[in-house]
Design a protein around this ligand. Structure first.
Ligand code: ACO
Length: 451
């Protein structure tokens, strides 16, 4: 596993990392002028045309709506191959992590780049464990949210509010020690913020974290325990949630991670960078899909379980309806996380002795969609959000809280990317260009009222 510093595209004009002796070149002709553009090859042979000097050499920029063909950075953190359904954190397959790792192993791996020996892991989790209680006075903030405020709004606001309690961790050019400190601070505080948002939103009393429990178990205790309860959460539930958090921990340059990087690139502090990641995750096209899937399945059930009508609606562009939990920008064969979670659904519900009719419905819907040419031809498969909600329901987590669970898992990835970006030698503020298509220069004339 490489712990070497990443290079900036500008520095990659020497022999590429694959050992290819002569650097690859792409040629671009524009307005009768041809220029050479270096081609960067990653460790998994992915190729990228380095256009960092394009505008200086030609005056032109590239256009790529939705950044579907744009690599915004070089990254050592996560590799995914959407065609082959591969996802690896720092080279380790997601299947192995989901089976054998703790969330702390995974967070350490993502953030620091290596699987740590036990002593280092103990120090890491010990430091996180010291940060699980919210700073004095912060709990009162929850009382200011109007009734019915979505827990993701609370989480984003509370993550930003933490910056007020940690003035020593707001340095725009943080040292390595300050980066480590803010990372363990956020990893410690986040589960508490997630659970408190839920309890306050439901008008329930707060249950403080238990430092004698590992993070996932302590989180479930804060969510569903009773005040003063010393009974440990069900290990089946702890293991199921551990798996979900690991599967959500990183996914390279997705919408929320790119947001964290973009906000952090202005040298805004880690608290507000993470708060902005939470906001980006909330949308139903991203992390909000896990809530939307359950709402969709409930709607189908309330409609008599006749899902073919919903498949028809999903295919009709005018309906405004999409099959939630289906499709992915990058996965065009299968989402390896969805496979793991589908198997996990059966196992967890079986062990907990729960029969959820929504699981039967989800399986029927998946089978029907995967026989339909609309979904097959567009390579639309169930994504991570399709089955995760059914497990979360079985753990007694309310639908509104699902995206918060996603955020809790993704925190490690956000922090890993924030750190990698700040430590990158090619660090620059993120600032895309545009092609202006509005009116050319015109005069200011006050418009006379008609009629
Ligand atoms: N239901 C019906 N049609 C769909 C769906 C869907 N869920 N997803 C994509 N399509 C169709 C589009 O209408 C488009 O059809 P067309 O070629 O006839 O115009 C084609 O498939 C390609 O879709 P795009 O929207 O261009 O794909 P994009 O990569 O931009 O979007 C996204 C990916 C946002 C995930 C999309 O598939 C979607 O909206 N899915 C539902 C929401 C969802 O589950 N989001 C969670 C994603 S995973 C995550 O973020 C953790």
């Amino acid at each position: 596993m490489s712990a070497e510093k990443q290079q900036h595209p500008m520095d990659l004009q020497e022999p590429d990392p694959t050992g290819n002796p002569s650097p690859a070149i792409a040629k671009l002709s524009i307005d009768g002028k041809t220029i050479d553009l270096p081609v960067v090859t990653g460790t998994e042979q992915e190729k990228g045309v380095d256009i960092t000097k394009l505008r200086a050499q030609t005056g032109a920029v590239t256009i790529d709506p939705g950044f579907a063909n744009t690599a915004s950075c070089l990254s050592d953190i996560t590799f995914l191959d959407g065609e082959r359904g591969i996802l690896r954190y720092r080279g380790v397959p997601i299947e192995e992590l989901a089976e054998h790792a703790t969330y702390t192993d995974t967070a350490y791996l993502l953030i620091h780049g290596n699987l740590a020996p036990q002593r280092e892991l103990d120090q890491f989790s010990g430091r996180i464990n010291q940060k699980v209680n919210l700073p004095a006075g912060l709990e009162k903030f929850y009382d200011c949210f109007p009734k019915g405020t979505h827990p993701m709004a609370m989480l984003s606001a509370m993550a930003a509010a933490l910056s007020g309690s940690y003035p020593a961790l707001l340095n725009p050019t943080p040292t390595r020690e300050e980066i480590d400190e803010v990372i363990v601070t956020l990893l410690g505080q986040f589960p508490t913020l997630c659970a408190y948002g839920y309890r306050k939103g439901q008008g329930l009393s707060l249950i403080p974290p238990r430092q004698d429990l590992a993070g996932v178990a302590s989180f479930l205790h804060m969510m569903n325990g009773r005040p003063g309860d010393q009974q440990d959460p069900n290990p089946v539930a702890v293991n199921a949630l551990r798996k979900i958090l690991i599967l959500h921990a990183d996914h390279e340059q997705n919408c929320s991670t790119s947001t964290v990087r973009l906000v952090g690139s202005s040298r805004a502090n880690a608290f507000v960078s993470i708060a902005s990641g939470v906001a980006a995750l909330w949308g139903p096209l991203h992390g909000g899909a896990n809530q939307a899937v359950i709402e969709m399945l409930e709607q189908i059930r309330a409609d008599g379980g006749e899902f073919s009508k919903f498949i028809r609606m999903a295919k009709d562009k005018d309906s405004g309806f999409r099959m939630m939990g289906f499709g992915h920008r990058v996965y065009k064969n299968f989402d390896p996380r969805a496979r793991i979670l589908k198997a996990s659904c059966d196992e967890v519900l079986g062990k907990l002795g729960i029969h959820d009719p929504l699981l039967d419905l989800a399986k029927q819907l998946e089978a029907a969609a995967l026989k339909d040419d609309y979904f097959v031809s567009r390579k639309l498969y169930p994504n991570v959000d399709f089955y995760s909600g059914i497990i979360l329901r079985a753990l007694g987590i309310p639908t509104e809280q699902f995206t918060v669970i996603f955020a809790l898992g993704r925190l490690a990835g956000w922090l890993a990317h924030w750190k990698e970006m700040l430590e990158s030698p090619g660090f620059r503020i993120g600032r895309p260009r545009q092609i202006y298509t509005g009116p050319t220069q015109r005069r200011f004339v006050r418009v006379a009222q008609r009629g």
